[in-house]
Design a protein around this ligand. Structure first.
Ligand code: SAM
Ligand code: DTB
Ligand code: SF4
Length: 344
């Protein structure tokens, strides 16, 4: 065999052998079996491994603070079974119009003063209409002008909409895969898993940071939690932020009365996410109000390094800032300073 041919063959064999080691140095070829093996490790071993990886990539005593603002609440045409904003369910949430720019900016100023570095604006839409785009792009520009990072979650986006948001300066786009492909079908029928993946791929290609995660505690099994993390970690690039929400069972939704997940299983999910996506921000998202201080501390130990800050998520409540700062004080954790936003 000619030398050149041999070298080519060797190169391809080496590439096969190292399918794990993609260009970015992270694995994107996790199998369900491997992920379930992580889930099944003794708790202490799992959390130790996650904390070790966490320390290789982050300051373990810093947590990033994002504040949510619901810029358009309720009246959503989708049928997501967990969501109090779906118009299909009889919940306490009443529909509002798109919030005025001035109010959004006021909210961002208050959030910044309280220490948040990222402002996440969420709308209860399947996807934004053409007429909404100018208004949401103005929100991005104004919030960025305050020196904050911007994030939006507006549902599905087409390439043109993503381009407009990119031009406005959007830093992050949140769009969750929510669960495994199999379980997803049982909780949402009005749009497919593939639709979600397409939006995420378009966002990534446009150079906007992807924020994508899901919800646990919806009655899915461990294999679904593994499947959700498999989808996220096997993307061409790991999402920069991975929100892990604990279901908040809302009255009137099909998930009202859903039995709470074992807290240790939630912490395991955080730890496995940290191990699989070593350099992503893993956000301890919805459900913190239902967690005690010790559980939150264990989540940070397992590699969570971001939270939603402020007394309200979108429709449901969240711990008040003082409580969070008190907990941070007791744990010696400090809020992380902004990385992406321009200095104000
Ligand atoms: N409408 C947009 C969409 O669905 O893409 C954006 C807003 S939606 C409320 C954002 C995410 O919030 C959902 O994907 C889901 O992961 C999370 N979420 C909604 N209701 C929740 C609940 N009751 N408990 C936990 N997480 C929830
Ligand atoms: C995410 O993963 N969680 C946030 C944010 N992205 C938009 C929303 C949580 C919503 C919890 C229920 C509510 O308050 O409506
Ligand atoms: Fe609508 Fe988003 Fe709620 Fe689904 S999760 S019903 S798309 S607001």
């Amino acid at each position: 065999m000619a030398l050149a041919e041999m070298q080519k063959l060797k190169k391809s064999l080496v590439a096969d052998e190292h399918l794990n080691a993609y260009e970015d140095g992270f694995r994107h070829n996790w199998t369900k079996k491997q992920i379930l093996e992580l889930f099944k490790k003794p708790f202490m071993d799992l959390v130790f491994e996650a904390q070790t990886i966490h320390r290789e990539n982050f300051d373990p005593n810093k947590v990033q603070l994002s504040q949510l603002c619901s810029i358009k609440t309720g009246g959503c045409e989708e049928d997501c079974s967990y969501c109090p904003q779906s118009s299909r369910y009889n919940t306490e949430v009443s529909a509002t119009k798109l919030m005025e720019l001035q109010r959004v900016v006021e909210g961002a100023v208050t959030a910044k003063e309280a220490g948040a570095t990222r402002y996440c604006m969420g709308a209860a839409w399947r996807s934004p209409k053409g007429r909404h785009m100018e208004a949401v792009c103005d929100m991005v520009k104004e919030v960025k002008n305050l020196g904050m990072e911007t994030c939006m979650t507006l549902g599905m986006l087409d390439v043109d909409q993503i381009t407009q948001l990119k031009e406005a300066g959007l830093d992050y786009y949140n769009h969750n895969v929510d669960s495994s492909p199999e379980f997803y079908k049982t909780i949402i029928t009005t749009r497919s898993y593939e639709d979600r993946l397409q939006t995420l791929e378009n966002v990534r290609s446009a150079g906007i940071n992807v924020c994508s995660g899901g919800i646990v505690g919806m009655g899915e099994d461990q294999s679904d939690r593994a499947g959700m993390l498999q989808t996220l970690a096997n993307m061409a690039q790991h999402p920069g932020s991975v929100p892990i929400n604990m279901l908040v069972p809302c009255e009137g939704t099909p998930m009202e009365g859903q039995e709470a997940l074992d807290p240790f299983e939630f912490i395991r999910t955080i730890a496995v996410a940290r191990i699989m996506m070593p350099a992503s921000y893993v956000r301890l998202s919805a459900g913190r109000e239902q967690m005690n201080d010790e559980m939150q501390a264990l989540c940070f130990m397992a590699g969570a390094n971001s939270i939603f800050y402020g007394e309200k998520l979108l429709c449901t409540s969240n711990p008040i800032q003082n409580t969070d700062m008190e907990l941070f004080g007791r744990l010696g954790i400090e809020p992380e300073k902004s990385k992406h936003a321009k200095a104000s």
